[in-house]
Design a binder for this molecule. Structure first.
Ligand SMILES: NC(=O)c1ccc[n+]([C@@H]2O[C@H](COP(=O)([O-])OP(=O)(O)OC[C@H]3O[C@@H](n4cnc5c(N)ncnc54)[C@H](OP(=O)(O)O)[C@@H]3O)[C@@H](O)[C@H]2O)c1
Length: 323
């Protein structure tokens, strides 16, 4: 089958369009004919060899995909051949066929096309898991979202609104903030130009926010931590701008908490909560509360470009590769 092939750890540019043997579904797995695959920051990290999981060479990256079920492995009862699904993958999405664990291949809502579905799961489910189960965001609370026009950030804005919170979106430009506003953000902070802590203070009457959703890290983290209210929770989602250090004294006095959240580990440890997250998200999607933004689509042969627009900070929402 045609696939984007990684044959050694290196830069994204070392990826090539080539051939790999078609995968065979094992017990509990389904085989999917891929129509579209979502692009994630982690694809670049995996190809570089510094991701938490390191597949054997040669492999195809790609952590989520949408398509139709072609075959099922032993013991799979629920799935049907030809069913339209979106799936969370260990890797392998940038290829014509991929296997997924049957319980992580979710039937598509009728109105959802493959490109939208390919970019749905990682972004929305990661954010939902973090905000619902770790952040325990309550209706009426406030949430600050950093990188708010990015792949996961934009979903956090929508999820915060669906849960009844006041959402403050932070991003590095007016254009990115306009997108966050379109997707429901109540207040906007341009942290490329404004001081994050001062603005949060102003917007919350000096109280600070109850939850901060942070997929960025780096120098912004310190200000984000200072922006938390008494009892505030900062959610560690990703470190695109660097891994910050947390001085413990900054947590103690104000009863703050820093909470990690990783979809990749959560899905193995809490499969029931994962399913509850997907179920709630699909209810919200059908009710029109979520409006997934796919801002760019690239053909399989242009996967390197698709990953690069993301790592070079040039996109809003999600990027997908189509087949
Ligand atoms: N924990 C989980 O379960 C989980 C799941 C999915 C993704 N993630 C992680 O979350 C992070 C964001 O992923 P994503 O897919 O949302 O990426 P993305 O679309 O590129 O969004 C990241 C945002 O970070 C901001 N940013 C600040 N400094 C940056 C820099 N030096 N380089 C690139 N972006 C920078 C950008 O917004 P501004 O320009 O507005 O600052 C950008 O929109 C990644 O680390 C990813 O691995 C974690």
């Amino acid at each position: 089958m045609r696939a984007i092939v990684c044959g050694a750890w290196g830069k994204v540019e070392t990826l090539e369009l080539g051939e790999l043997p078609a995968p065979v579904p094992k017990a509990g797995e389904v085989l999917i004919r891929v129509h579209a695959a979502g692009v994630n920051y982690a694809d670049a990290i995996m190809v570089g060899g510094t991701y938490q999981t390191k597949p054997d060479f040669p492999f195809s990256p790609g952590l989520e995909a949408a398509g139709e079920i072609m075959a099922v492995g032993p013991g799979v009862e629920r799935a049907r051949i030809g069913e339209r699904v979106m799936a969370i993958l260990n890797h392998g999405g940038f290829a014509e066929q991929v296997t997924a664990r049957a319980h992580e291949a979710y039937p598509l809502p009728q109105a959802m096309d493959y490109a939208t579905a390919a970019g749905f799961l990682t972004a929305y489910v990661s954010s939902h898991v973090a905000i619902r189960w770790q952040g325990r965001l309550e209706a009426g609370e406030s949430m600050l979202v950093l990188g708010a026009a990015g792949g996961v950030g934009l979903t956090a804005v929508e999820i915060g609104k669906a849960m009844g919170a006041t959402v403050i979106a932070g991003a590095s430009s007016a254009a990115k903030l306009a997108i966050a506003k379109e997707h429901g953000a109540d207040h906007l902070i341009d942290y490329g130009r404004q001081d994050l802590k001062d603005e949060v203070e102003r917007l919350t009457g000096g109280e600070g926010v109850d939850v901060c959703y942070d997929p960025v890290g780096g120098p912004l983290f310190d200000k984000a931590l200072s922006s938390l209210a008494w009892g505030g929770r900062i959610l560690l989602i990703g470190f695109v701008a660097g891994v910050p250090q947390i001085p413990a004294n900054r947590l103690l006095v104000k009863h703050r908490a820093a909470l990690g959240s990783s979809l990749r580990y959560f899905r193995h440890n809490r499969p029931d909560q994962l399913k509850a997250s997907v179920d709630e998200l699909l209810v919200w999607y059908e009710a029109g509360k979520l409006r997934p933004l796919i801002s760019a689509q690239f053909e399989l042969a242009r996967t390197v470009e698709a990953i690069r627009v993301l790592t070079e900070r040039r996109v809003v929402g999600k990027v997908v590769v189509t087949l």
